[in-house]
Design a protein around this ligand. Structure first.
Ligand code: GLN
Length: 552
């Protein structure tokens, strides 16, 4: 039978609830349990796909093509279970489903209300996320509820999980609450009052926490732990200190050493002994003992919020660990880069990455960046939009197609080398169609798709014969220009089997040591243990470039 752990948050947001949930999942997984994580987001958007990265950070894409919260990225990087559409849902999605049922007449004449209809719907979605009734059913599903206790928006979610735990009986659900203890310098004290209040708020709605994860900039002294326990009705061993650490890989061991997994297993009557957390210790060791450092320029638009490129940042760090170097990432605003001064801005980097993005702002700076990387033989990795700008750059400056562009940025361009595709096959095999007037939400090419990789290319040395990666984009390299680009020397190293959509472009290794653009998002599949073949190769190329320039 599947058991549940519900993770709620209090006091303030951004305390690292996603990392805490993923870490708990990881230590439960290390006990041999099959675990999954489900994220519940209280906002009304049906999914985060239409939200700006400034609002919400990165949109994480799953194999099955769901546009999800970036916490699902942490989940996939921390545990073995792969995330699916059913692992993340929002208030908007719940209401969409309730309203569809209402229109169909499923409620048989009843008045449709938050309790029980919305709360029942939430419970059904949670059960679906845990794979209940399918061969994928897990031993433990950790359900992270977004937002903080006391928000109007999260109330139906909290009510739903309270009902669910009651329905399941005493040893089938546990509650973990993440809270915050501010350090008041003037008093020289960590304050427990906000924690007392947030736990009270939780108890008001009928939820008694089994464990409190107390975030603070330091360890919680014993005296404060005893006080928190007394005021919150949580046994002292359930008051767990979660202090600031320099790497997230330290969190699983931190929680395990204070007995969090033991406590949860006791509560849920799961009789599985702990095993080694060596794989986490190895990651910490690798992070703390690099044998060199490379600096990567990441040229994008959303530079002020590093969460916008969360998975790319992580993938670069993983690749650093595989190459035993620390990867320093400098985010450059593409709006500040022009052809004339690209060299001055970019010369000091060991490699250049242009990540995904939407909209015309800053695009010319990205094109100038790709041109600089190509002409100066600096390792270049273009992801999604990064591939598109590299193609535009090549068309303009090598293939002689002046003013070539993407129709996303210039609908009247004489040479639409990147254009909207109107029909394609999606991750689930269905044929999808769209035009300029289609909805923006959920109408991109999404999810994992496979293509054949051309032999003897750089891509082939990285991926082998087939590449399967996740997509999230609306525009594509225009098939009608491929011959011209090829004749001008651009290598098209992978095409989708059915539509012949361009998946990878590269420069021949005879003219450039490492220049590659990919239409997909490889960053979503990188893990701390294996890294990702493309990022591993990119960082290796950065190390090589550093050596070459040092010699020169
Ligand atoms: N804006 C481009 C498109 O929609 C690229 C998208 C991306 O980089 N994810 O095709």
């Amino acid at each position: 039978m599947t058991k549940f752990v519900f993770v709620t948050g209090g006091v303030v947001s951004s305390l690292g609830k996603g990392i805490a949930s993923a870490s708990l999942a990881a230590i439960l997984e290390s006990r041999g349990l099959k675990v999954t994580l489900i994220k519940l987001d209280p906002y009304i958007n049906v999914d985060p796909g239409t939200m700006s990265p400034f609002q919400h950070g990165e949109v994480f894409v799953t194999d099955d093509g769901a546009e999800t919260d970036l916490d699902l990225g942490h989940y996939e990087r921390f545990i073995e279970t792969r995330m699916k559409k059913t692992n993340n849902f929002t208030t908007g999605k719940i209401y969409q489903s309730v309203l569809e049922k209402e229109r169909r007449g499923d409620y048989l004449g009843k008045t449709v209300q938050v309790i029980p209809h919305v709360t029942n719907e939430i419970q059904e979605f949670i059960q679906r996320g845990a794979g209940i009734g399918t061969p994928d059913a897990v031993d433990v599903a950790i359900v992270e509820i977004g937002g903080t206790v006391g928000d109007i928006e999260s109330l139906p979610f909290l009510e739903a999980v309270r009902q669910m735990s009651l329905r399941m009986g005493p040893n089938n659900a546990a509650f973990v609450h993440l809270t915050y203890l501010p350090w008041i310098a003037a008093a020289g004290e960590l304050k427990t009052k906000p924690t007392q209040h947030t736990v009270q708020k939780l108890r008001e709605i009928g939820i008694q926490a089994d464990a409190l994860l107390c975030r603070a900039d330091r360890r919680i002294p014993e005296e404060e732990r005893a006080k928190i326990s007394l005021f919150t009705n949580v046994p002292e061993w359930g008051v767990i200190s979660m202090w600031d650490v320099d790497t997230i890989y330290k969190v699983p061991r931190m929680l395990h050493e204070q007995g969090l997994d033991g406590l949860i297993c006791d509560k849920l009557r799961l009789n599985t002994p702990p095993t080694s957390l060596k794989r986490w210790d190895d990651l910490v060791y690798e992070t703390e003992h690099p044998q060199g450092e490379v600096t990567i320029a990441m040229v994008g638009k959303y530079v002020d919020l590093s969460d916008s490129y969360k998975s790319v940042n992580e993938a670069l760090r993983h690749a650093g660990m595989k190459n035993h170097v620390r990867v320093k990432i400098e985010h450059l605003d593409s709006e500040t880069i022009e052809s004339a001064d690209a060299a001055q801005k970019l010369a000091k980097y060991d490699a250049i990455l242009v990540p995904g993005g939407f909209g015309v702002r800053g695009v010319e700076g990205k094109i100038a960046t790709a041109q600089y990387a190509r002409e100066h033989k600096v390792p270049y990795l273009g992801i999604c939009l990064g591939m598109q700008v590299a193609t535009i750059e090549y068309a303009r400056h090598v293939a002689g197609l002046a003013h070539a562009n993407s129709t996303e940025f210039d609908p009247a361009t004489p040479h639409p080398v990147i254009a909207l595709i109107t029909e394609w096959k999606d991750a689930d095999g269905t044929i999808k169609k769209r035009d300029e007037n289609s909805d923006l939400g959920g109408t991109m090419r999404l999810g994992a798709q496979s293509s054949d990789v051309a032999p003897t290319t750089l891509a082939h040395s990285i991926y082998g014969d087939v590449v399967t990666e996740r997509h999230r984009h609306r525009y594509e390299a225009n098939v009608n220009y491929l011959d011209q680009l090829r004749k001008a020397g651009l290598v098209i190293s992978a095409l989708t089997q059915r539509e012949h959509l361009t998946e990878i472009v590269e420069l021949p290794q005879s003219v450039h040591p490492w220049f590659i653009g990919v239409q997909f998002h490889p960053e979503f599949k990188s893990t701390p243990w294996n890294g990702h073949p493309l990022f591993n190769a990119f960082i290796k190329a950065a190390v090589e470039h550093q050596k070459q320039t040092a010699k020169a």
